[in-house]
Design a protein. Structure first.
Length: 443
RNA sequence: GCGGGGAUGGCCCAGCGGUACGGCGGCAGCCUGCUAAGCUGUUUCUCAAUGAGAGCGAGGGUUCGAAUCCCUCUCCCCGCGCCA
């Protein structure tokens, strides 16, 4: 959530951000409407409680003096009634005011492009030599601002769906039978390749100063609500029936809420934590998109980078996270571009977000494989996480970035590393020590 | 799942109907040739702030007054049961 004090002091900043993000301003209006009443009520309640405390204290004194206390008791009962009426009203106002506050998005970093639509994300850089089918060259050149390196191929790579079927690497049909669309059985060498990716990423991040955790795969409402926003709840989260538990859609939320309600010491920061967990997503808004294969699924494994840091350091750490993720894709030799996501496509928690989009030859497109966000103090404030400094407590900044989302990276490998005859997949060199094989074929 | 014991400020711990004790740590100051020790203050949140209110795992209840008594729930520890 945003800083309410800052909102009271500088409403114009928040109105401007709402405009730049193409949000409605009604939540901010609603906040101010309710906040005035809230503060007025609070004053009244506190004054009455003050009166009550004085009366109550006088009772114990009078009892010692053997004086009569019945009339005072009666007046305190009267005060209690008035307080209780106001407090009930206050609770209602507060609930509404808070839901308005939660709906107000984070501030934006000055470098975020102000516009709508993914096509307006700013391309920051490109890396690698992509194999681009002849007909897709214009699209590729456009998507990289003519800066991407590529080799023209005379045939399109086989889609990962066809290739995986041919090589017995996934069973989508039976997964559909037992669980539904967007589920999969991952098989044989593709499973080993997945495990290799996971081990590779865990080792990689350990070397870069991350501690690694496998978090709970479910979180209670309070933790989930602190770590994410209502849009995410609605569109992506699975709820466990009859329990106060939600399946995580990313280990980010489990790591962020790990420190909920705690006060850290400034010296403990930064905290670099990598999470490894399955991610469960409803993909509610994605009907008809990427329906085939394992590109967009309800369940996949992910290694995630997460950082808690001092407020003054977070912009440097965003670059660090991006660099780590880029280095992973470089080691895997997957061509990609990096985009600075524009204001209209940014989630409400993020003040800035980079996406890494890998080249998928069969689709002739760059598609998202990594999201690196700086949520500044927004997420940590909702979770009531603070750190102690000489000059009092502050809210840390939190950042997160994908390292490896397994299914998408498997697809990227399948589409970028096909053998010339289209009958096999070459394992990226960096993974061979982990797989123990360098080729996946039908044998 | 059953029985017993717990949860108190950043940490440890006392209090068990009269408004949170003490210690450790942190910060500020005093003192000292420097350091250490010692001494003093401070340490969470909210508000229209020289003031006031809230806060003892969470939520209810009883009472003029609840950390303290009652109810529900959560988590931790010990034992029993079950179990990959």
């Amino acid at each position: 959530m945003i800083d309410v004090k800052k909102l009271r002091e500088n409403p114009e900043i928040f109105y401007k951000v709402a405009e730049n993000r193409f949000y409605g301003k009604e939540f901010i209006d609603r906040f101010f409407e309710l906040d005035g009443k809230w503060r007025e009520n609070l004053k009244q309640i506190n004054d009455l409680k003050h009166e009550k405390n004085i009366a109550t204290e006088s009772i114990s004194r009078k009892i010692k003096e053997n004086a009569d206390v019945e009339t005072i008791k009666e007046s305190v009962r009267e005060l209690n009634n008035r307080i209780s009426v106001l407090e009930t009203e206050q609770k209602n106002i507060e609930t509404e005011r808070n839901s308005a506050v939660y709906a107000i998005p984070n501030l934006l970093h000055e470098t975020v492009p102000i516009c709508k639509g993914d096509e307006n994300n700013r391309v920051v850089k490109t890396w690698g030599v992509a194999q681009v089918f002849r007909d897709d060259v214009p699209e590729f050149r456009n998507a990289t601002n003519n800066a991407g390196q590529y080799m023209i191929t005379e045939k399109k790579p086989i889609s990962h769906v066809d290739l995986a079927e041919k090589l017995s690497l996934v069973d989508l049909e039976r997964a559909g039978k037992v669980a539904g669309a967007r589920f999969y059985y991952l098989k044989n060498r593709l499973l080993k390749l997945e495990m290799a990716l996971e081990n590779f990423a865990v080792d990689f991040l350990s070397e870069r100063g991350f501690s690694v955790v496998e978090p709970p795969f479910m979180l209670n409402y309070q933790s989930m609500a602190g770590a994410t926003d209502m849009e995410t709840f609605r569109d992506t989260l699975y709820k466990i029936d009859g329990e106060d538990l939600y399946l995580i859609s990313t280990s980010e939320h489990a790591i962020a809420s790990m420190l909920r309600g705690e006060i850290l010491d400034e010296k403990e920061l930064p905290l670099r934590i990598a999470g490894f967990s399955p991610c469960f997503r409803k993909e509610a808004g994605a009907h008809g998109k990427d329906t085939k294969g394992i590109f967009r699924v309800h369940q996949f494994n992910k290694i995630e980078q997460f950082i808690f840091c001092r407020e003054e350091d977070s912009w440097d750490f965003l670059e660090e996270l991006l660099q780590n993720s880029e280095d992973i894709f470089r080691k895997l030799n997957i061509p990609y571009r990096v985009v600075n996501v524009c204001s209209g496509e940014l989630g409400s928690l993020a003040a800035k977000k980079y996406d890494i989009e890998a080249w998928f030859g069969s689709q002739g497109k760059f598609r998202e494989v990594v999201s690196a966000s700086n949520d500044t103090d927004y997420q940590a404030r909702s979770l009531d996480i603070r750190y102690r400094t000489k000059d009092g407590n502050r809210t840390p900044h939190t950042l997160n970035s994908t390292a490896i989302a397994t299914t998408r990276v498997l697809v990227a490998i399948m589409e970028n590393n096909q053998t010339d005859d289209g009958e096999g997949i070459m394992v990226p060199e960096a993974l061979v020590p982990y797989t123990g094989f360098d080729l996946i074929t039908s044998e």
